[in-house]
Design a protein around this ligand. Structure first.
Ligand code: DX5
Ligand code: ZN
Length: 215
């Protein structure tokens, strides 16, 4: 069963409560929150205080994608804000194993994101500690980009690695996911799909979310 995580990066920021309620009505499995610091990625979005306020308006679990340097310094803030999953970038963590343990010490799930050029080999020896691997299918920083086709083999290889070890780890894909490619990307082995512009730039957000859920 696929899971859908609408990214509010492409939402109307003046109506966040209303827009989150629309994807909730459409059956969203997670709310994907893209936190950017202007250093790890060339863009700035929002931080823990905004997430804490948004947590009050929905019961949909919060999937927090940290595109920030030195994430350890801020993880507790995001836990306190109501994160249910925190995903850090492999490229931003010098001591990734320690960071994963730290996230899980709060009783929430830990994800690790890999930029397009980062190999799955970088997580091979610690993969059994991770709840979710996020394969970036665009270069992080912006919504509305095109799916990078070379990520097909990366998702396939990751699914093989996870299955060969009999692990129960989600594979999330983020970037360029649309109604016309989600089925194909699912066939590579991904099971959680982030969709930003494809949902929030549509005329009818509830309907768009339902369409994603029913593919
Ligand atoms: C990109 C973000 C994505 C983004 C996806 O850095 O991590 O979550 O919102 O946007 P779309 O679905 O428009 O590619
Ligand atoms: Zn994201």
């Amino acid at each position: 069963m696929i899971k859908i995580a609408p990214s509010i990066l492409s939402a109307d920021f003046s109506k966040l409560e209303e827009q989150i309620k629309l994807v909730e009505e459409g059956g969203a499995d997670f709310i994907h929150l893209d936190v950017m610091d202007g250093h790890f990625v060339p863009n700035i979005t929002f931080g823990a205080p905004v997430i804490k306020m948004l947590k009050k308006v929905t019961t949909v679990p919060f999937d927090v994608h940290l595109m920030i340097e030195k994430p350890d310094q801020y993880i507790k803030d995001f836990v306190d804000a109501g994160a249910d999953i925190i995903t850090v970038h492999q490229e931003a963590c010098i001591h990734l194993h320690r960071t994963i343990q730290y996230i899980k010490s709060f009783g929430i799930k830990a994800g690790v994101a890999l930029n397009p050029s980062t190999s799955i080999e970088t997580i091979r020896y610690i993969i059994d500690e991770i709840d979710m691997v996020l394969i970036m299918t665009v270069n992080p920083g912006f919504g509305g980009q095109y799916f990078i086709n070379q990520m097909k083999n990366k998702i396939i290889d990751l699914r093989k690695l996870i299955n060969s070890r009999n692990l129960n780890i989600d594979i999330q894909v983020d970037g360029g996911i649309k109604l016309d490619n989600i089925k194909e990307v699912e066939s590579y082995g991904a099971n959680i799909f982030v969709a930003g512009s494809a949902i929030f730039n549509s005329e009818d957000i509830v309907y768009a979310t339902r369409m994603f859920k029913s593919v």
